[in-house]
Ligand binder design. Sequence first.
Ligand code: FMN
Length: 378
Amino acid sequence: MPITLHWYLPTHGDSRSVLGSHRVMARSELRPDDHPGDRPPSIDYLGQIARSAEQLRYEAVLTPTGTWCEDAWLTTAALTQVTTRLKFLVALRPGLQSPTLTAQQAAAYQRLSGNRLLLNTVIGGDDAEQRRFGDYLGKDDRYARAQEWLQVLRGVWSGQPFSLEGEHVRVTDALVLNPPEFPEIYLGGSSRPALQTAARFADVYLHWGEPPAAIAEQLAQVREVAATERELESDLRFGIRLQVCARPTSEEAWAAAERWLDGATDDIVQLAQTLLGNAVAEGQKRQIALHGGNRDNLEVSPNLWAGPGLLRPGSGTALVGSYEEVADRIAEYHELGLDEFIFSGYPHLEEAYHLAEGVRPILRERGLIDVAVAPAAA
Ligand code: FMN
């Protein structure tokens, strides 16, 4: 299977530094006066990124969900109107609203956009964040609820009345009229229930960026679960979410990456690590364990830099190196079984060009990327 490259929409704002892009370093530290990054997530700026991503032949852009960013549905729905081919990988938290309503929204989105919706299922790895939305379940129960919720999402798509008497979700004769193409389901999470939920309901399982050996280990676990939980184990695809800083030479790339940490004093790093340490997400804990808050040895495997994770939640690692080196690392992950790569970098507009114009041609030369992807309509 060829490699698919995706990009990311910074709906929390953007900047040349991690701090400038994530004024809110950790989700449990929100204040009403927190403001977006140096480049606010205006429709003009996000539109610029989306149109560039389309021209640069990215397949889709991932859009996060959380108090700290704009609503993913509304923002991307607006952006479908300034793009023609680009898909939107919209993050949503199952259980915060009725699955029938979500299915209806997804169906409308598919019709309005020409089937350009993908869904990233976010179970929630921060209890304080969930409570902001009125969700008081613990993480294991959130996974149990998500499984029922996803069952309804698929069930109502059959076009026939669908009922479920679950422990958390109950619907009677629910349906979506004239269901269009069902959006593909993506799911990330490192805990056992995450693997089980992905194996049962996802089309694509997403990893955070970890060293290849750790990814290989996790892949083996997901495959093992999928072998028992899934009708057809082989139709589960795998992806990874990473930052990237690629330049013509390695020296240039590392110098640019260092600038992402501008403003990161030891005090700020310590504060961010304390806040991030409250997360209940296994995936987040694993990202923190890569560096332990220590900035002395951040290249945790060749060209894999844990710098962003000193400051931000979620995707805390970046591939840093020359175009050739970054292509090598992508090829290495691909060899392990990863086909989908969701990248981002600071700022998101400029870094999208570096990856697409510097690294993509090398992957294409090596026959790792499908050359048949049509350019965006003029
Ligand atoms: N959590 C959010 O709150 N908002 C997001 O936008 C979000 N996006 C994610 C993207 C990827 C690629 C991954 C792997 C995780 C993301 N998460 C996000 C966190 C997970 O959805 C999930 O809540 C967490 O990983 C669950 O914890 P676990 O690792 O213990 O299973």
